[in-house]
Design a protein around this ligand. Structure first.
Ligand SMILES: N[C@@H](CCC(=O)N[C@@H](CS)C(=O)NCC(=O)O)C(=O)O
Length: 209
């Protein structure tokens, strides 16, 4: 098995933390997004979406999408469970994970990719170059601010994001907090529930992954 990775990028980090929580040792190959190696024909043959992470299975199949890779790994290595056990718990974890990914990470990506000079004409991932849209920067910032509000509210009613135990939704939210620093965002001092949760999640060895 092999994980196509990029150390600084948020989505591959989600998978690395998941792998660490499972106690697995999967070799990684760095795809240097800094030199746009994701657009090289060799990598496009692996992942036509031109993005990391991607996982090559022992049988040579390729999986992309962080969540799909995590589902595959959980299927092979069910313990510790990170994706839920009952139909309700699985749905709740997926619900929170998708909200964190699509709303909160999406907001940060919107602000970051439309403002950072390194992403001129790369405002979206993929093989087509899309120009930055400056109007999306303020919107992304506002959506990120809003996201940290509802995350804090959620963590006031629940010990972890999806319930009373650590799951993939906490991994995505933890990675979000690091990613949000790229746009000078994150939980504010007033977000006490988030800081309580962040202290617990940061103390896990997987946080280093
Ligand atoms: N939905 C995908 C998103 C993957 C993604 O956006 N990866 C970024 C790194 S965090 C990437 O490869 N970017 C390449 C680029 O900027 O062109 C997933 O969950 O894996």
């Amino acid at each position: 098995m092999k994980l196509y990775d990029y150390a600084q990028a948020p989505n591959p980090r989600r998978v690395r933390i998941f792998i660490a929580e499972k106690g697995l040792d999967i070799p990684v190959e760095e795809v240097d997004l800094g030199t746009r190696a994701q657009l090289n024909p060799e990598f496009l043959a692996i992942n036509p979406s031109a993005a990391v992470p991607a996982l090559e299975t022992d049988d040579g199949d390729i999986l992309s999408e962080s969540t799909a890779i995590c589902h595959y790994l959980e299927g092979l290595h069910p313990e510790p469970n990170l994706l839920g056990t009952t139909p309700l718990e699985r749905a709740q974890i997926m619900m929170w994970d998708r909200r964190i990914e699509l709303e909160a990470m999406g907001a940060v990506a919107e602000a970051f990719r439309n403002s950072n000079p390194g992403f001129v004409n790369r405002s979206l991932t993929g093989t087509t170059n899309y120009d930055q849209l400056p109007d999306l920067v303020d919107r992304g910032q506002a959506r990120a601010t809003e996201s940290f509000e509802w995350i804090n509210t959620r963590l006031g009613e629940s010990e972890y994001i999806a319930g009373d135990r650590f799951t993939i939704a906490d991994i995505t939210a933890f990675v979000l907090c690091g990613f949000a620093r790229w746009i000078k965002q994150g939980p504010t001092d007033a977000h006490e529930n988030t800081h309580r949760w962040l202290a617990a999640v940061s103390a896990r060895p997987s946080a280093e992954a």
